[in-house]
Write a new protein. Structure first.
Length: 765
């Protein structure tokens, strides 16, 4: 398990492609890795189960062996007790044997057979005890191996726990890095949002200021329009009055020419001058009509421009309602400024044309204002006869000088009209160029509106993605809290496992100490058994020697019997044999004492063996209790191991889910990085557009300053024109005074003529 986790740690992190998605090779590698990990876990669980089954079977076998040993020990104790209760019969005296040869030999044979049986039984009991000790040694070796295996498994579990803790620490560090990155991103988003809000508020304030300027310009334009309309009405009334005065003056002049009886040359001059004046009046009327048509055309253009202004106002109101972005409003304001510029130029041209018309028409007013209605033509021939020629010539020269002055004024005004027409032509060209620029600007405005819509959609999408990221961050925070809780639980479990491991290690150390003590006792018992075996071998050799001696004695007894049979024949041989028998009986008594001492030694050895067997039973009982406690502890360890396996499986599942979530978070982070790059590019593009718009705004401000300068120049021109108009009004008043004087002179002449006619009539009567 540790190896697989380290392999997984050594594997490179998951990286997306160009689009931020995982590749198929990485996903297949992860699936293979997960399948390998699952297979290894299954194999380890199967091997652990097999080991547990083997350990259980070995424990059962050990329990069976211990029970068998206990039964055999009980049987041995019972046999020893039986032997103690029923001691072997005492050997008969060799005197009796000597006295009765066959009976003593049979008793010795029975005793030797009984001793042999006892020795064989003891040897069998010792062999079984040795076998049992060897079996116990083997079982102890097996237990030692199992303890070593369990220690290795515990070490492996500890290593896996350490690997899991390292993985959890790495996960926590990754989560902290992700949290810090998300916090930095949130700060960046907040700063960008604040910057955008500040920029939006500043642009909105600029738009409001521009709209106020537009409203002020509109008000000034409406005021100028009202003033120009009032001036036009006044000029029209003045033109009507001047035309009436001109007609009256012409009729009076015709009447005066017809009734005065001047010379033909003077009449021809007057008629020529009258025709010239009529032609001039007709040309002025035609010019007036053309100018009126131009004024109507310009008024229509002004109405169209006003309609455009209303349309633009509606657009601006819609922009204020919908809170559009800055660039569109700036371009619309540029359009408004261009249109207002065109309107101002058209109004200025119209005012200049109307001023020209008024200046053209005013000199004729000075000539055509009659003071008195015409008289009847019947009295005309009688008017010039009584007057003095000097007075008539003075009046004619005054009229001619005034006419010459008016002709000069008319010529100047005609030159001004030509200059104004040229200006109108140039203004038309400028208007056409302005229309073309307006069309191009409208196209640019449309393109910028589409781009603004795209940026709005991108911003909306970015806001949605931001909301999604905030939701993901909240989910990740919740998962992080859950992971922290699981980590705490795992740490608690690890601490409990460590405590259990410490307890198990303590128990293992105690058991190892007990095992060492048992091994020492076993070695001591083996040494004792070796010593006992050596003693038994020595005793067997001694017994064999004694058997040989007994055989020899039997042979000697047989020989003695034969000698006894032959003793009857010879007493000397009997006496010698008797002495030999006495020596032999002394030897037999000595051997009997040795045998009795050996029997006592054997009984002492038996008691010692019984004590050692009781000690071994006590040790076996303690070992059985320890074994039972070890079995219980092993069961607990099995349960804990099973719980640990379950926890490890759960932790493996959690780790797999966490790794999947980490992969998803990594993929989301890569997507966010790509989106961030796209947004950065969009922001750069918007900044470039902003710079362009700022450049255009600077140009617009320059144009506005130029327009303001031009407006100031136009205002100066207007002031100059007002001054010219005031001068013309003064001249007009002077001409009116002159006309009044001429009319008074004419009235005086008419009165004189009438008086002369009356005088003539009276004289003729």
């Amino acid at each position: 398990m540790d190896y697989s986790l380290r392999d997984y740690e050594d594997t490179p992190p998951f990286l997306g492609g160009a689009g931020g998605g995982p590749s198929s090779s990485d996903s297949s590698h992860l699936l293979r890795q997960n399948s390998d990990l699952q297979r290894k876990l299954d194999e380890e669980s199967a091997s652990n189960r097999k080991k547990l089954d083997a350990y259980r079977t070995s424990q059962q076998q050990q329990a069976a062996l211990v029970s068998k040993l206990q039964a055999k020990l009980l049987q041995y104790k019972q046999r020893c007790k039986d032997l103690e209760r029923d001691p072997p019969p005492p050997l008969p005296s060799y005197l009796d044997v000597g006295r009765g040869g066959p009976t003593s030999s049979s008793a010795l044979d029975a005793a030797q057979a009984h001793l042999r049986e006892l020795r064989e039984e003891r040897i069998q009991d010792f062999d079984t005890a040795l076998r049992r000790l060897e079996d116990e040694r083997r079982e102890n070796d097996k237990l030692r191996k199992m303890n070593a295996v369990y220690k290795e498994q515990l070490d492996e579990a500890h290593q896996t726990n350490e690997a899991l803790t390292n993985d959890l620490e790495k996960l926590t560090s990754d989560w902290t890095h992700l949290r810090e990155d998300m916090a930095m991103k949130e700060k960046d988003w907040i700063e960008e949002e604040q910057y955008f809000n500040d920029y939006y508020s500043s642009e909105h304030a600029r738009l409001l200021a521009l709209w106020r300027d537009v409203v002020d310009i509109k008000r000034s334009f409406s005021a100028m329009q009202a003033a120009t309309e009032q001036d036009l009405t006044k000029i029209r009334t003045d033109l009507g009055q001047s035309t009436r005065q001109m007609n009256g003056a012409c009729t009076s002049l015709v009447a005066m020419g017809a009734g005065s009886g001047l010379a033909n040359t003077e009449k021809e001059k007057l008629s020529k001058e009258n025709s010239e004046l009529k032609s001039q009046v007709s040309t002025l009327k035609s010019d007036n009509h053309a100018l009126a048509l131009d004024s109507k055309h310009k008024e229509e253009k002004v109405e169209e421009l006003l309609k455009r202004i209303h349309v633009l106002e509606s657009r601006v109101e819609e922009a204020d309602q919908n809170v559009l972005l800055v660039e569109e409003m700036q371009h619309e304001l540029e359009l408004l400024q261009n249109t207002l510029r065109d309107i101002a130029r058209a109004v200025i041209q119209d005012a200049e044309g109307k001023d020209v018309i008024s200046s053209v028409m005013q000199p004729h007013v000075h000539l055509t204002q009659p003071g008195v209605p015409p008289r009847s033509p019947k009295r005309a021939p009688f008017t010039r006869q009584p007057t003095s020629p000097a007075f008539a010539e003075g009046t004619i020269s005054a009229v001619q000088s005034s006419l010459n002055n008016y002709q000069l004024h008319i010529h100047e005004l005609q030159t001004k009209l030509a200059a104004h027409r040229e200006q109108l032509h140039s203004m038309k060209k400028q208007y056409e160029t302005a229309d073309e620029s307006q069309y191009t600007l409208s196209q640019q405005v449309n393109s910028l509106t589409t781009e603004l819509d795209q940026t709005k959609s991108a911003l909306n999408q970015a806001n949605r993605e931001k909301e999604g990221l905030n939701k993901n961050i909240e989910i990740l925070r919740v998962e992080k809290t859950a992971l922290e809780k699981t980590k705490r639980e795992i740490n608690e479990m690890v601490e409990s496992l460590n405590s259990n491991l410490d307890k198990v290690q303590k128990n293992n150390s105690r058991l190892s100490k007990i095992n060492e003590s048992l091994q020492n006792e076993k070695l001591f018992l083996q040494n004792e058994l070796d010593r006992i075996n050596s003693d038994m071998d020595n005793r067997e050799t001694e017994l064999r020697g004694k058997d040989d001696m007994n055989r020899r004695l039997r042979e000697d007894l047989l020989i003695a019997n034969e000698d006894l049979k032959n003793a009857k024949l010879a007493k000397e041989l009997l006496e010698q044999n008797k002495e030999e028998m006495e020596t032999l009986l002394g030897h037999v008594e000595k051997s009997k004492g040795d045998l009795e001492s050996e029997m006592e030694r054997l009984l002492l050895d038996q008691s010692e063996m019984n004590e050692q067997i009781s000690k071994c039973e006590a040790l076996i009982a303690s070992l059985e209790a320890d074994r039972r406690s070890l079995c219980e502890k092993n069961k607990k360890c099995e349960e804990e191991k099973q719980s640990l396996r379950n926890q490890m499986n759960d932790q493996g599942n959690d780790v797999a889910s966490l790794k999947k979530e980490l992969l998803q978070a990594e993929q989301i982070r890569l997507d966010l990085d790509s989106e961030k790059l796209t947004l950065i590019e969009k922001c750069k593009f918007l900044e470039m557009e902003k710079e362009k718009v700022e450049v255009e705004l600077s140009q617009v401000t320059k144009d506005r300053s130029d327009l303001s300068h031009q407006l100031s120049l136009l205002q100066r021109k207007k002031e100059n024109l007002v001054e010219d108009i005031s001068r013309l009004k003064q001249k007009y008043e002077q001409s009116l005074e002159m006309n009044n004087r001429v009319n008074k002179n004419l009235e005086d002449l008419v009165k004189e003529c009438e008086e002369e006619e009356e005088m003539r009539i009276q004289q003729s009567q």
